[in-house]
Ligand binder design. Structure first.
Ligand SMILES: [Zn+2]
Length: 420
């Protein structure tokens, strides 16, 4: 008897849907609890109510979005829609004159088809999110034109990166045979290194330009701080804030090759914050640098990636897996997607563990900033930037542990008080 892959994947997706919905429910319940004590002096009741109303709207909308994607997933799995799309891609190729079509070109068309279809099905949700929820709560000023322009821009960029990436992946698998996992992993590793080093210097400027920091007094403070810590400071830039980015981290970033590292501070980080608060936030980033956090995460990530490709290499030729989802051939790209379905519980566990490590690193970096005399300013700065983002200030612990790599604001504030 063949293993019941399809039943297993469907069952798994419902189990995970129920779990995630339960987390959403916990989060929604938490939002009705009122202002946490630690925020009493930092956030006014009016501000808190405003952020909470926004979070409640988003939280309710999440139930709808999740239910829709669960239905969509069920249809894709139950009706073998991936196999159908794969055949459509094949027919397009042969009608364009590529008879017998190569797996690489078919894989690329298949990837593009999936991306187009999923953007179309996601469109009503992202329209509602931007023009109803965001508009109701004020902060966003996107017009319908700029919404589509930025969407298409991101889409073209995704294609420009995704298509060569997938073609190379498939080429390596074909070329290297049984040991493909090693070569694919090497390629992924190199690609990430190149992206990390080139992104801020070559790619980011294509979208928006960095300016040098004008505020000489702030510059002096940052230079002093860097000297005290031994940070090899290069130039200090101001980067325009990305309007689409709604994050609870990333107030600044470092780039450039050693020995000197340049700093780019987001415009929004400088807005309304005091010089001490900016230094406190930067000192937190210096803490990450001092403890080699980025390197540690990178290494763990590479071990994880190697594990995935290695285990995948035991599934790639397993015809039963492909047959279970309606495939007659064994295309590597499809194999990798099906493998991810099967492997998702282990992936979930891995994400959970790396998130736990990230949270530990955040507390360490906060502690570092505090040790250099910025405890008070870091608290004020974090609160101010969270207000600016209209962040959810009342996160449920289960919800944030599962979804976020960064600790909730309230926990960070508590951590900063505790070590005083
Ligand atoms: Zn951090």
């Amino acid at each position: 008897m063949e293993p019941l892959y399809k039943e297993y994947v469907l069952g798994l997706s419902y189990a995970s849907y129920i779990f995630v919905t339960y987390l959403n429910y916990r989060q929604l319940r938490k939002l009705h609890e009122g202002r946490p004590k630690i925020l009493t002096k930092l956030v006014t009741p009016e501000e808190f109510d405003r952020f909470t109303a926004y979070s409640i709207d988003k939280s309710k909308f999440l139930f709808l979005g999740d239910a829709f994607s669960q239905l969509q997933n069920t249809a894709v799995i139950y009706f073998n829609l991936l196999a159908w799309l794969w055949n459509v891609a094949g027919r397009w190729l042969s009608s364009a004159g590529y008879s017998g079509g190569s797996e690489i070109s078919q894989g690329v068309i298949f990837f593009l088809l999936i991306s187009v279809i999923s953007s179309i099905t996601a469109l009503p949700f992202s329209l509602y999110n931007t023009f109803v929820i965001e508009a109701r709560h004020g902060s966003k000023t996107l017009t319908i034109g700029s919404f589509f322009v930025s969407g298409i821009k991101g889409y073209l960029f995704g294609g420009a990166v995704g298509v060569p990436l997938i073609a190379t992946f498939l080429y390596i698998v074909q070329w290297s045979g049984d040991r493909f996992y090693f070569y694919v992993w090497m390629f992924a590793c190199l690609f990430q290194l190149v992206m990390v080093s080139l992104y801020p210097t070559l790619i980011q400027p294509l979208f928006h330009e960095c300016k040098p920091l004008q505020d000489d007094e702030l510059k002096g403070h940052i230079e002093n701080l860097a000297r005290r810590i031994g940070f090899p400071l290069g130039k200090i830039h101001v980067a325009p804030s990305d309007p689409n980015k709604h994050t609870n981290h990333g107030y600044s970033y470092f780039f450039g090759f050693s020995p000197n590292k340049h700093i780019a501070i987001f415009e929004s980080t400088l807005k309304d914050t005091t010089r001490d608060e900016v230094c406190a936030l930067l000192c937190h980033e210096f803490g990450h640098w001092k403890y080699n956090h980025v390197m540690k995460l990178f290494i763990i990530h590479q071990i994880h990636l190697f594990g995935i490709f290695y285990i995948f290499s035991h599934f790639i030729n397993h015809s039963g897996l492909y047959r279970a989802f309606g495939f007659e051939s064994k295309p590597a790209l499809v194999g990798f997607m099906l493998f991810q379905y099967i492997f998702s519980p282990f992936e979930g566990l891995a994400t959970f563990l790396t998130n736990a490590l990230c949270r530990k690193q955040e507390f360490q970096a906060d502690e570092f900033s505090k040790r250099h005399g910025y405890g008070e300013s870091l608290r004020a700065g974090l609160v101010r930037l969270n207000k600016q983002d209209c962040s959810n200030l009342n996160l449920d612990s289960w919800y944030s542990t599962y979804h976020y790599s960064h600790p909730p604001l309230v926990d960070r504030l508590k951590g900063l008080v505790k070590t005083e």
